[in-house]
Design a binder for this molecule. Structure first.
Ligand code: RNT
Ligand code: ZN
Length: 418
């Protein structure tokens, strides 16, 4: 019965969308191909497996102590496998360097190797996931306030070595999965208060990056992530947006746009069409900043909708990589994953269903009332019927049905973790 209703609503939606010149079949086909890079660190509050405990720092902070966080690789994998049963499509898993399979040993960051990630690669292959990767500069005794931008040579070299190794690991991942592994480089370097030698640290960072990127690889792609500020590092961020945008354009590296890393009233969506002209590709960290870069769970809000629309309008789905980045430890962590992934998919579905031909015609004719009116009406076109149908044909829970699945998993699995 329920399936029949979904089917019926879908048929009605098809006609309704046809009236505004939109093919929902094409939209569904495109949505099916969108692959989201799922961040592994929501599963365990960015702790990792270094066997030294979460040292925190680096200007980021998880808040909450909801029970049941994953304590090891097996548990993260188990949780991700569960998440995959509640979402449609083929996706990627984004690992941080601290999530290596270290076999109970303490392996320092300047000693990590592809071997520490073989078990991840094999598991990912079995599950049909592709892997992405990140160097980890935070949460380490040598992190301090400056890593790659540190004037102290021994510390700087330690982090250069770490980052080079991360690129090699990414290269091996890319080879193994026969698909480029995207490696994100984010460092927290900055300072809490007035900084009178801002140029110097940026020069050092530029030199470090040049050293790191000297080796050319063909199975991995680099992206560089800027930030506005970190906790305890409020006055100065070495790797600011201007810095990485300039570096990325000069060296043809893709920029990572984290939606929490800008002034709160700044539109990240509007950056897409400019970046596409000057950098090869774009990486996204879709997040939800509340008052600051708080990394709340991504939801379907205007910011995410605008972002998806700009990407679709620019016909750039093949040049923009969509990743998630948030860590909420105050609610069920699997639930947090599913909410965020589904929200991003919904945003893209809405974008793909936009009556863009008509809107552009209005714009070209200077018919701005008509353009605004259709944009408003498009908001309430029956996209939800298409979304339900998408879930149905992918054999995953429709609508709020997944809440019960998460609850059950909590009772049977995560709730039993001590
Ligand atoms: C921090 C950056 C960065 C991290 C992850 C864990 O503000 O957004 O991407 O969240 O690397
Ligand atoms: Zn990020």
């Amino acid at each position: 019965m329920k399936n029949e209703l979904i089917q019926k609503s879908y048929e009605i939606a098809k006609e309704r969308y046809a009236a505004v010149g939109v093919s929902i079949e094409q939209a569904l086909e495109a949505l099916q191909k969108i692959s989201i890079s799922i961040h592994c660190w929501q599963a365990d509050d960015v702790t990792g497996f270094e066997n030294r405990g979460n040292l925190g720092g680096g200007g980021i902070q998880t808040t909450g102590n909801y029970p049941g966080k994953a304590r090891n690789r097996e548990e993260i994998q188990q949780d991700i496998e569960k998440v995959l049963t509640l979402i449609a499509g083929n996706h990627r898993l984004n690992l941080h360097a601290i999530y290596g399979d270290f076999q109970g040993k303490v392996v320092d960051r300047d000693a990590i190797e592809p071997a520490h990630f073989i078990s991840w690669m094999q598991w990912a292959k079995e599950k049909g996931l592709k892997l992405d990767f990140n160097s980890t500069s935070f949460g380490h005794p040598k992190s301090g306030n400056l890593t790659l931008a540190n004037p102290e040579l021994s510390i700087r070299n330690f982090w250069i070595e770490h980052t080079k190794r991360c690129r090699l690991i990414s290269e091996e991942m890319g080879k193994f999965q026969n698909d480029p592994c995207i490696m994100n480089l984010w460092i927290h370097d900055g300072s809490k208060d007035f900084t009178v030698n801002r140029l110097r640290y940026r020069q050092i960072l530029e030199q470090s990056l040049d050293e790191i990127f000297a080796e050319k690889y063909s199975h991995m792609k680099d992206c560089i992530e800027a930030k506005l500020f970190g906790i305890g590092l409020e006055s100065y961020t070495v790797g600011s947006y201007d810095f990485y945008l300039g570096y990325g354009m000069k060296k043809q590296k893709m920029a990572t746009l984290d939606t929490g890393h800008f002034h709160l009233s700044e539109s990240v969506a509007d950056k897409i069409s400019s970046l596409l002209l000057f950098t090869p590709e774009i990486m996204l960290h879709v997040s939800r900043p509340i008052r600051w870069d708080s990394d709340h769970v991504t939801i379907l809000n205007d910011e995410v909708s605008d972002l998806a629309k700009e990407i679709v309008r620019a016909n750039a789905l093949d040049r923009v990589h969509i990743g998630l980045d948030y860590f909420d430890a105050s609610i069920n962590r699997l639930g947090a994953y599913v909410i965020g992934i589904r929200a991003v998919q919904k945003a893209f579905l809405q974008a793909l269903l936009e009556p863009i031909r008509q809107l552009r015609e209005y714009e070209a004719n200077g018919q701005y009332f008509e353009r605004l009116a259709l944009l408003e009406e498009a908001k309430s076109l029956p996209w939800n019927a298409v979304w339900d149908y998408f879930c149905l044909i992918n054999n995953i829970p429709v609508g709020e049905e997944y809440i019960a699945d998460i609850r059950k998993y909590e009772q049977e699995v995560t709730g039993k973790r001590k």
